[in-house]
Design a protein around this ligand. Sequence first.
Ligand code: ADP
Ligand code: MG
Length: 675
Amino acid sequence: MTAPISAPPTTLKKLAKLGIHSRFDLVLHLPLRYEDETHLTQIRDARAGTPVVVEGTITDAQVQWKPRKQLIATLEDDTGQLQLRFLHFYPNHIKQLSKGARIRALGEIRHGFHGDELVHPKVREVVDGTPLADHLTPVYPALQGITQPMLRRLVSQSLDDLILADTLPDALRDSLHLLPFRDAIMTLHRPPPSLSVTQLSDGALPAWQRLKFDELLAQQLSMRLAYRARRAHNAPVLTGTGTLTRAFLAQLPFSLTRAQARVMAEISHDLAESHPMHRLLQGDVGSGKTVVAALAALTAIEAGYQAALMAPTEILAEQHHLKLAAWLEPLGVHVTWLTGSLKKSHKQAAIADIAAGVTRLAVGTHALFQDDVAFERLGLAIIDEQHRFGVGQRLALTDKGAAPHQLTMSATPIPRTLAMSYYADLDVSVIDELPPGRTPITTKLISTARRGEVVGAIRAEIAQGRQAYWVCPLIEESETLELQNAVATFEALQQTLPELRVGLVHGRMKADDKAAMMAAFQANEVQLLVATTVIEVGVDVPNATLMVIEHAERMGLAQLHQLRGRVGRGAHASRCVLLFEEPLSELAKARLKVIYQHTDGFEISRQDLLIRGPGEFLGARQSGAPLLRFADPEQDDALLEAAKDWAPRLLSDYPEYAERHLARWLSGREQFLKA
Ligand code: ADP
Ligand code: MG
């Protein structure tokens, strides 16, 4: 019982672009704003900045050529006159606006050079007594070729023909004081005369609240169902024996923080279940996620399975490999390294080891999950910095053998509201505590003009036995330029600081050279490391205490936070100098202020969300999650909480309502409606 839209195929195609596939989609195609054509304003009373409808007679109309081609008409009523100005017009405009014509014009008054004017007003010819609109006129999201009158007509027909039954049980509606669905929809499409444009644009209007709640509830319901569906799959039960993990903990020079121990318990619990874990491990930069990853891997290995750890860049994968091999090889765990840049013979050997099960832990880039790699018995896949992988790359992993458990790790915290909405189907563990003994990082904002002082600071820092990073700017348009710039910076710093051992690392280097350079820095053979943003994630050199970031204004907040997290990892006080070039855009100023004021990743992330909206965070999200159109998790967090509370109750106590609600909001929308 689907109700297709009756319109020509070309129109249907365009409607589809607007996300409108069915008649019910038209009902949910809500106005962007409203125009008030319910009453006339006398020209004398029309005030600048507010939209008005005026009516009068054209007393003059002409096409002018200076300063550019435009049509200017004078409209007069009993109280005054104003100008109508058109920079783009058609011959029928000229005809319509001829002298003596009776015109109604809708627009926003501006004080122009020649007095009051309406620029590009909506105009139509009227006769005396042509009725005004009896409610505010909705303005819908539209596209080229789909006009407002067309949309209004289509929406209106759907409103008349469809039964807009409620999908929320009374108990729910009553407890949250929500309007019936039909009332809410009608209010928004055909506002009653009592509501002003301002009231209708306010998200707190009960009609909007109802629709936002519906949308958030649909999201919660679908996330819960996705979660359940995933749990229906089989996964190996990984019950650790404790032999390896105990030995590992015993050889660590430190003990786990409480937070690390807690998240590890959460992970072990999941690994011992017979359905695949999908857990996100969040922990600020430097919180010690790698140790947790090692423990999780060991648990899988103890249970007789293999583990894999995938990192988004070679340099990060290499760092992980060095660290994990040093930790695990002494325990008799064979660690294999695999990236795309390996020599063919080495690659083949690695692949053979992985397939034969000689490899217990494989570490590498996404090369680990290419077609030619088959694990003997993969029990756990660990993905570091998941937000930097594309969707396809992460999906490839689930195809390897019977659904392995998955642990993704991220230092980019998801703000609470997003975690509750778009990420509601993931289990999340949070390391909310840094290892003890860290000294806070001091952040300084310095204009590039004072670069000389910064060089002095490097000299002093290194004289104390410490090390420093110098991060070259991100140049988005050109990787070649970025590289040239890094090389030039490296040479200049080498010249200015001849007494220091300066090194350079960038993304285009051969993997071996990169690894050699990082090892040299680790060993303090290189004291000052010039780098492109490749060091953004994962590098861990506790003796490095000064970080200089050039053109910090070009970088995003998450990136700055990650970079800054490369220092402050040891016992010595650390500094991060953000060099910026003036003038700064408003956005850049806002970002730098946030990074200057905050060191807590969660707070930075929250601020980032406020500045930029959720897009960036959702890049990582698989496309299955529908975007919210009406609700804003941050602003509507009370509704979000309510939706989250009600979703499980709806599924258990009112399954038929839940089903109808999802059908309405997600797909096959019309099957429960009688058209
Ligand atoms: P991230 O969470 O950013 O990946 P790492 O795992 O690289 O952090 O850990 C940062 C540093 O802290 C490393 O040098 C690591 O050895 C150290 N570390 C991790 N856990 C602890 C702990 N419980 N106590 C002391 N140092 C720790
Ligand atoms: Mg890390």
